[in-house]
Design a protein around this ligand. Structure first.
Ligand SMILES: [Zn+2]
Length: 230
């Protein structure tokens, strides 16, 4: 479905924010989740909503200093991180104009800014993995499969480290959901044995939700099919 001004007006709020890095005020469009209708979840867990894909409106970029983050992390910045951002990001940052009806290319630009900011401010590995997952989704939706694979692999690196070091939930994901993403992205990388290990871990964990278990079983049979075909 093509995104129209009308659907953006209905589902997106133009809200004022105060930047905790530079103190500047700016307006940015954010999703009104209650106005969206959930349709389905892709095999890589990208959720499909109508009429607007919230993936397009999930990053806030301060036009004054360049500080960029996912909406859920925007206010969580320490004074030490703010100093690093002012020193490392602001001098190189040029403000851009994003249209009301966001394109995937514009969303990608915002996610890249969020990723660079997250790396520079020393964000947790889980957050880096989550941003890379969103970047991977954007590339896939743009039809750029090679870039999708690159960012799927980066997401795995972040998530594997987070799995060992951080407490759940990680970016609102429980253990099974994060594990499933690792399994799926390893499948994308054609690391089938690794993928199967993660899938088994999810299926045998009594805390995994039935929804994730079901997706894991489906992935398991796809991989077994692949292995038989080799
Ligand atoms: Zn700012």
């Amino acid at each position: 479905m093509d995104l129209t001004e009308e659907s953006v007006d209905k589902c997106v709020l133009h809200k004022s924010f105060i930047c905790n890095v530079c103190g500047g005020e700016f307006k940015e469009r954010i999703i009104r989740q209650t106005k969206l209708k959930f349709i389905s979840s892709d095999t890589d867990l990208h959720p499909n909503f109508e009429p607007v894909d919230p993936l397009l409106y999930d990053v806030l970029v301060c036009p004054h200093c360049g500080y960029s983050a996912l909406n859920m992390f925007f206010n969580k910045v320490t004074s030490k991180q703010a100093a690093v951002i002012k020193r490392e990001i602001t001098p190189k940052f040029a403000a851009r104009n994003y249209s009301k009806v966001m394109t995937f290319a514009q969303a990608l630009d915002k996610y890249m800014l969020a990723l660079i900011t997250a790396i520079i401010r020393g964000s947790k590995k889980g957050e880096l993995g989550y941003i890379c997952t969103k970047i991977a989704w954007v590339y896939r939706l743009m039809g750029k499969d090679e870039r999708y694979k690159v960012f799927a692999a980066k997401a795995v690196t972040g998530f594997e480290a987070a799995y060992e070091q951080e407490d759940f939930p990680i970016c609102q994901m429980d253990e099974a959901t994060l594990g499933y993403l690792v399994a799926y992205f390893k499948f994308v990388e054609e690391k089938y044995d690794d993928s199967l290990k993660w899938v088994s871990r999810i299926i045998t964990n009594r805390n995994s939700s039935e929804r994730v278990k079901e997706k894991s079983r489906e992935l398991k049979s796809v991989i077994q099919e692949k292995l038989r075909g080799k």
